[in-house]
Design a protein around this ligand. Structure first.
Ligand code: HEM
Length: 384
């Protein structure tokens, strides 16, 4: 399924997958057309996806359409602002140093376990105001979900798919139960954390319900760490494959943000997102009827040769680099400033602390098996 990792672009930018009963979109302009038209391409996948696939109801920004989406996004953007994110820089730097101090002097480190996993989850847990010491609870849940997410089909029900869904639901319920206690607590005793701000946020006289706060916090915990873990791993993967770029960016730190953007293009952590047609539409050269599930393969669109010259090569000098790694339009990733900040801070500190970092030929990196996610799950690195 991860054909773009092998540098192969599909022949058709839009095609129907008969076995799965869904439309796949691989082309850049076609993906952009879908993301720019939320009226014809709804995010409310519950319209066509059977009940059992529906994992979070209230507060799931990513599955709402205007006008509800506009309102909820306004409410949460109120608390999760670029200013709040920018203020996290010293904490992110201190945490990165703390994690690297713990493995200082070792001839090899494991990038994911030692740094790329614990850093983002600690940052987001801190921000929400849940104890970082509970992070093993999220890790267990997320590991089980990622391990269970395999191929997806609307047409053929398999025991494997049903059991993956059951596992995911159980894990979401675990985290929800945990967060419900925290939310109830904040209603009685407000603090200065994001959970309290979400509980208290008000736009046009409306507030979030408990269920909306809990579900939004789940999205932040999930989106806020696994994707950034993948971003950090993928960026080091790109630099490992291009030692000359490692040396170049280490010598000129102004290049670091461009390195992060190019990593997001070449290895897009969220490989695929979904929409549903609300009317008959023409996309590319295909006629799509109403009520069709459309999967947008961002990872493939980001390698469309019609948009990106020499799309399979890692080239941080691309300017502009209009990749779709964070999506586009009204659902553009709310956490993009945080992910970019973590990428920049971590890379700078790795450059400060290590003159060389390279993969171990005897112990190569391993990838997350789910086709919907692009990232390493294990990445041993030699430090000298
Ligand atoms: C939305 C990717 C990090 C929170 C999205 C979307 C993408 C994406 C592709 C659009 C989904 C759609 O249009 O259906 C990524 C990647 C990340 C990242 C690649 C890291 C490298 C984060 C972080 C957070 C976050 C750190 C929060 C702490 C969200 C939220 C939405 C979203 C809340 C929904 C926005 C909406 O529907 O209005 N993300 N994300 N993401 N992301 Fe991220």
């Amino acid at each position: 399924a991860q054909f773009w990792l092998r540098g192969k672009q599909p022949d058709q930018p839009v095609c129907f997958d008969v076995a799965a009963g869904v439309w796949n979109v691989y082309g850049f302009p076609e993906t952009l057309a879908v993301l720019s038209d939320p009226k014809k391409f709804s995010s409310d996948t519950a319209r066509v996806v059977p009940e059992q696939f529906h994992l979070l109801a209230d507060g799931n920004l990513g599955e709402l359409d205007p006008p509800r989406h506009t309102k909820l996004r306004k409410l949460v953007s109120h608390t999760f602002t670029p200013k709040v994110v920018a203020g996290l820089e010293p904490r992110i730097a201190a945490l990165t140093h703390e994690l690297l101090d713990a493995v200082a002097g070792r001839p090899r480190i494991e990038l994911v376990a030692d740094l790329a996993y614990p850093l983002p989850v600690t940052v987001i847990a801190d921000l929400l105001g849940v104890p970082a010491s509970d992070r093993h609870l999220f890790k267990e849940s997320v590991d089980k979900m990622v391990g269970s997410s395999g191929q997806f089909s609307l047409v053929h029900h398999s025991e494997e798919q049903d059991s993956a869904l059951r596992t995911t639901k159980e894990q979401i319920e675990n985290i929800a139960g945990y967060l419900r206690d925290h939310v109830a607590h904040r209603r009685q005793r407000p603090r200065t954390d994001l959970l309290t701000q979400l509980v208290e946020a008000e736009v046009d006289g409306e507030r979030l319900s408990d269920a909306e706060v809990v579900n939004f916090a789940i999205i932040l915990l999930f989106a806020g760490h696994i994707t950034t873990t993948m971003l950090l791993g993928n960026t080091v993967l790109c630099l490992d494959a291009h030692p000359e770029q490692f040396a170049k960016a280490r010598a000129d730190r102004s290049i670091v943000p461009a390195v992060v953007e190019e990593s997001l293009r070449l290895f897009s952590p969220f490989a695929v997102i979904s929409r549903v047609t609300t009317a008959d539409v023409l996309l590319g050269e295909q006629h799509l009827p109403a009520d069709q599930l459309v999967r947008l393969w961002l990872a493939a669109a980001n390698r469309d040769p019609r948009q990106f010259a020499d799309p399979n090569s890692f080239d941080p000098t691309r300017d502009p680099n209009p990749h779709l790694g964070f999506g586009r339009g009204i659902h553009f990733c709310l956490g993009a400033p945080l992910a970019r900040l973590e990428g920049r801070v971590v890379l700078n500190i790795l450059f400060d602390r290590f003159a060389h970092l390279r993969s171990d030929p005897d112990d190569p990196p391993r990838f997350i098996p789910a086709p919907s996610l692009t990232g390493v799950s294990k990445f041993p690195l030699l430090t000298s």
